[in-house]
Design a protein around this ligand. Structure first.
Ligand SMILES: N[C@@H](CCC[C@H](N)C(=O)O)C(=O)O
Length: 281
């Protein structure tokens, strides 16, 4: 079967995007079964996960996301901005405020349109979930705030934030590639996390600015993680390191993260179309 897709990215976090609203589109089960190959950078299209656009009974659209290891993620922050650009730019909607059903709940998106194309998307990512059981992480009830954890003889102080998907954040003096490549896989697969976890090393630059390095569950090191940037923003404020409105420099670009007094986290950033293609499934 020949399947149409577009390749998109949100500050370097890249995805083959499949539109299941079109006649002749693959089923979601076919994309799930093929996710490992589709995301392979040598044997497939290549990507940090697949994004699927589906109809919804409770929102304007529904989104599903599969990681390069074939596991399904509850939510994808960079992916949902690409999703918004696709549905507007390709005429699936004329709305500039959209609701999108995800496994982490319904997200509300506000699109900035210039010359008929979406350039920026602001996403209401909902409330951060701070209870240990909501991550989930083994251990006593309560939050996971600046909690000591030994990883391979190294003592880390971790903060746990779920944005519907699990994130562990720590704050080294220098957030280097070497550090995240070493710590990331150990924390992702640590027995404390029954659903594994995304991992972020965040370096404070100022009260409203951070640099972060990323290790994604099911994907490894990536150039950006939108839900991860939200988790870093929340964790930094909870640890008294920043205010509630911050600019985060990720390896692939910048995201603005605002943790509102309504307790919702707002993420603003770009989305880019790279190319159209077809592939044999
Ligand atoms: N890149 C994403 C997150 C994708 C899912 C993640 N790997 C997980 O398994 O939770 C983002 O931009 O949020």
């Amino acid at each position: 079967m020949t399947v149409a897709f577009v390749k998109m990215h949100g500050i370097g976090n890249d995805f083959p995007v499949f539109d299941h609203t079109q006649p002749g589109a693959p089923t979601i089960e076919q994309i799930q079964a093929a996710a490992v190959t589709l995301c392979d950078r040598r044997f497939g299209i290549g990507g940090d996960g697949t994004i699927s656009i589906l109809p919804s009974e409770t929102a304007d659209f529904a989104m599903r996301m599969f990681n390069p290891d074939g596991s399904e993620a509850e939510m994808c922050g960079n992916g949902i901005r690409c999703f918004a650009k696709y549905v507007y730019d390709f005429g699936l909607t004329t709305k500039t405020e959209l609701s999108v059903e995800t496994l982490a709940g319904i997200m509300v998106l506000v699109l900035t349109v210039e010359d008929g194309k979406v350039t920026q998307v602001r996403v209401d990512m909902g409330e951060p979930r701070l209870e240990r059981a909501q991550l989930p992480m083994e251990g006593p009830s309560g939050t996971v705030l600046h909690e000591p954890l030994k990883i391979g003889g190294e003592l880390l102080y971790i903060t746990g934030v779920s944005m519907g998907n699990p994130h562990i954040v720590f704050f080294p003096e220098q957030a280097t590639d070497e550090l995240i490549h070493r710590i990331g896989p150990q924390l992702e697969n640590h027995p404390s996390f029954p659903k594994r976890t995304n991992v972020h090393a965040a370096q404070v630059v100022g009260r409203d600015e951070l640099v972060m390095k990323i290790w994604e569950r099911g994907a490894g090191p990536t150039l950006a993680c939108g839900t991860g940037a939200c988790a870093v923003g929340v964790a930094a404020h909870l640890n008294g390191l920043t205010g509630r409105d911050i600019l985060i420099h990720l390896p692939g670009g910048d995201l603005r993260i605002q943790w509102g007094i309504d307790n919702h986290v707002y993420m603003t950033g770009s989305a880019t179309l790279v190319y159209h293609g077809t592939i044999e499934l």
